[in-house]
Design a protein around this ligand. Structure first.
Ligand code: AHR
Length: 325
């Protein structure tokens, strides 16, 4: 009887120890979790523009400031490279993923894998099209439609509602290329004598922006009144093409773009670019704040819209010293 009693006691104590262990595991995990160094995977599109380089630097430096181990992957403009990077991050059991998606579609399978592994995914700068929004934690981005609209309204006003525009589009399928086109077209639709006579992708980079502009000049000649570029780098490439064709950018051909990088401000001060709509790339602090909140189990809003402003030659000089990218 005494043996049975002792055995029961041992079994009971073992059960208690196991239960405590289980509890202390969770507790010590979350207590330890708060202090442990976080590992975050960042899948970046590439380095096609000064804007993108500034975004990469913002995320890298913020990770350094917070003592976060950042695993960086440059996708060289390819979605398949981003998907591979995300799968590697999931296999490495990172604490969170930051994704700047090159295009809008095709993300569902890999986002499902991240969700199944309970890894929060923070989208920065570009959105995705998915059937289920719970596949990502939050999106921190500018309103690209509004940016396109601002550029269109400014240009319509500058040209007095009349003229021929050539458009340099961003990467096909990318949210900013789709939305900036949409917003701009909405704005100029109110002016029947304002037309986009040619439109082509320059993939958000300077060299291809220049090439596309050369082709526009070849086919349209002096018929071009303005260039609308979906980013500053393509506009700066177009400026070179305009000059090489013997025309004056900013005067013979009005140049409007989006991003607000330092080079665009210098070009405005030099009279070669007329207007740029800022798109803030300094998203590091907001991205890591979101990760910290998600880890604490706080509810995050699905989208945080970054506020942008428009600058033209009348405000460029005063703003130039304040530019951070
Ligand atoms: O997604 C933001 C856009 O991507 C920026 O306008 C452009 O410069 C970049 O490459």
């Amino acid at each position: 009887m005494k043996t049975i009693h002792t055995l029961l006691l041992i079994v009971a104590s073992l059960a208690l120890v196991t239960a405590c262990d289980r509890d202390s595991n969770t507790q010590s995990k979350s207590a330890g979790d708060e202090n442990k160094q976080l590992t975050v995977g960042f899948s970046q599109i590439g380095a096609e523009s000064a804007w993108r380089t500034a975004e990469t630097e913002s995320i890298r430096s913020e990770a350094r400031n917070r003592g976060i181990d950042l695993k960086f992957s440059d996708a060289q403009q390819k979605q398949e490279n981003q998907i591979t990077a995300l799968r590697n991050f999931i296999n490495q059991k990172v604490d969170a993923i930051i994704l700047a998606p090159v295009v809008e579609t095709g993300w569902e399978p890999v986002l499902r894998e991240a969700r199944a592994a309970k890894i929060p995914v923070i989208l920065v700068d570009r959105g995705v099209k998915v059937s289920d929004e719970s596949l990502y934690t939050t999106l921190i981005a500018s309103d690209f439609v509004a940016e396109g609209r601002m550029a269109g309204e400014w240009l319509a006003n500058k040209l007095g509602g009349k003229g021929n525009i050539v458009e340099l589009q961003g990467t096909p399928g990318a949210a900013p290329a789709i939305d900036r086109k949409k917003g701009f077209e909405e704005a100029i639709a109110k002016h029947p004598e304002l037309k986009i006579v040619k439109s082509q992708s320059g993939n958000f980079n300077r060299a291809q922006g220049k090439e596309a502009m050369e082709a526009f000049i070849k086919s349209e000649g002096k018929n071009i009144n303005a260039v609308y570029a979906h980013n500053d780098d393509m506009a700066l490439g177009a400026i070179q093409a305009i000059e090489e064709a013997g025309l004056k950018p900013g005067t013979d051909v009005i140049v409007v773009s989006i991003d607000g990088v330092r080079g665009a401000f210098e070009a405005m001060v030099g009279g070669k670019l007329n207007c740029t709509v800022e798109c803030n790339p300094l998203l590091g602090p907001a991205a890591f704040d979101a990760i910290e909140k998600a880890r604490k189990g706080e509810q995050l809003q699905k989208k945080t819209i970054v506020q942008d402003r428009l600058f033209d030659q009348s405000t460029a000089q005063a703003e130039l010293p304040n530019r951070k990218y």
